[in-house]
Design a protein around this ligand. Structure first.
Ligand code: PLP
Length: 380
């Protein structure tokens, strides 16, 4: 009998504690100290983002994007329905009308045809989510955005270290928003990053992140006092989080290599037989890289998905499902006036995620794929 395998186990390479101790010894625990700056410069140099700002979460990075783009009542924001609530909420709290798009039939990313049908002269932003770290069809989406004068914001919560035709995700839209929540590839407990790809927003982004003050410019010595100059909130994380994140960034190559080897082993052991049973395994389009954020299956129906999850649980394996389609949520269902979003609903009903974390062993991956095979053969 193998030990229980949780859905996720946060990884630490050992140097996190050293850098956190160092931050404590530096007597600098609030934001924008040495570790925050070191994280910014790693992201800017490794991925070529024009400017980066660490935030307390991806949710906060998305909220900053909404403020920076002056989103308000009367604006429409197109968002995939199959996503985490923050993708929509960040714009809903500014008073925007959320217009939900469907997912593609072959993967959960936003469907470009669905976007085309939903654009109006009130559309201000298309928010794309690179599901499982796999790039959306960005050339098509850019064509729609450019021809309608609409911004693109990338919800890259799951998409660190992933690319579209060689271009880093998070650098294509006007803003990218990343998550370092403990379930992501690179983590710091709770944390996020806003990548800013247009110089026009550099100064205001610093202000919005610092409670609407020009404190960042003051700390740089650019001005001799700081004060309230705009709306904003407290979006910057503490140095303790940044120190943890810095340690993770130092070992990003190792983390990614290990996650990719787990992902490949899952795929080699599952995809052939699963497809014969009509179970869908992840598809990586030719334009996208795979950052091994997630290995998922799409079952034939909800009862099969729920059966598989409960049978895996009996064996101590923590498989989960996620994303209730937002257009069907309690908060939104009375407000959804758009078309039926059948692909989104299919992923909500049928998708399951398998455990995938750095410290998994190949033996555990094989145990999970063998167990899955047994469970599904028993059911057909
Ligand atoms: C697509 C997507 N967007 C946004 C978020 C929110 O991230 P955070 O928890 O860092 O706010 C998540 C969280 O998992 C997510 O999956």
């Amino acid at each position: 009998m193998i030990n229980p395998i949780p859905f996720n186990k946060p990884h630490s390479n050992g140097s996190e504690i050293f850098y956190i101790a160092n931050a404590i010894n530096n007597n600098k625990l609030s934001g924008d100290g040495e570790y925050t700056k070191r994280c910014h410069s790693i992201f800017e140099s490794k991925y070529g983002f024009a400017k980066c700002l660490l935030t307390t979460s991806c949710t906060d990075a998305l909220e900053m994007a909404a403020i920076l783009l002056n989103i308000g009542p009367g604006d429409e924001v197109i968002v995939p329905s199959y996503t985490f609530v923050s993708t929509a909420n960040a714009f809903a709290i500014r008073g925007a009308k959320i217009v939900f798009a469907d997912s593609s039939s072959n993967n959960p990313n936003i469907c470009t045809e669905s976007i085309r049908e939903l654009v109006t002269n009130k559309t201000k932003i298309i928010v794309v989510v690179h599901y499982a770290g796999v790039a959306c069809d960005m050339d098509e989406i850019k064509k729609i955005a450019d021809s309608n004068n609409v911004y693109i914001v990338e919800d890259a919560a799951q998409a660190v270290d992933s690319y579209y035709k060689g271009i880093p995700l998070g650098s294509i839209g006007v803003f990218g928003a990343f998550s370092f929540h403990e379930t992501k590839n690179i983590i710091c407990g709770e944390g996020g990053l806003l990548s800013i790809n247009d110089v026009a927003y550099f100064e205001r982004a610093e202000i919005v992140r610092e409670k609407g003050t020009n404190r960042s410019a003051f700390f740089r010595g650019d001005i001799d006092k700081y004060g309230w100059v705009d709306i904003g909130s407290s979006f910057l994380p503490s140095e303790l989080n940044a120190a943890y994140l810095f340690a993770q960034l130092e070992s990003i190559e190792d983390i990614q290599a290990k996650r990719k080897s787990i992902w490949r082993l899952y795929d080699e052991s599952i995809s052939a037989w699963a497809q014969k049973l009509g179970i869908v395994t992840p598809e990586i389009p030719e334009w996208a890289t795979n950052n091994a954020h997630m290995y998922y299956l799409v079952c034939r129906d909800m009862s099969e998905r729920d059966f598989v999850i409960s049978e895996l649980r009996k064996l101590g394996i923590g498989a989960v499902f996620h994303y209730q389609s937002l257009h069907n949520s309690n908060f939104f269902k009375g407000k959804h006036k758009g078309p039926i979003l059948s692909n989104s609903e299919r992923y909500s009903d049928c998708l399951l995620r398998l455990p995938l974390y750095y410290d998994m062993t190949f033996e555990q991956v094989s145990f999970i794929s063998d167990s899955l095979n047994d469970i599904l053969l028993r059911r057909v």
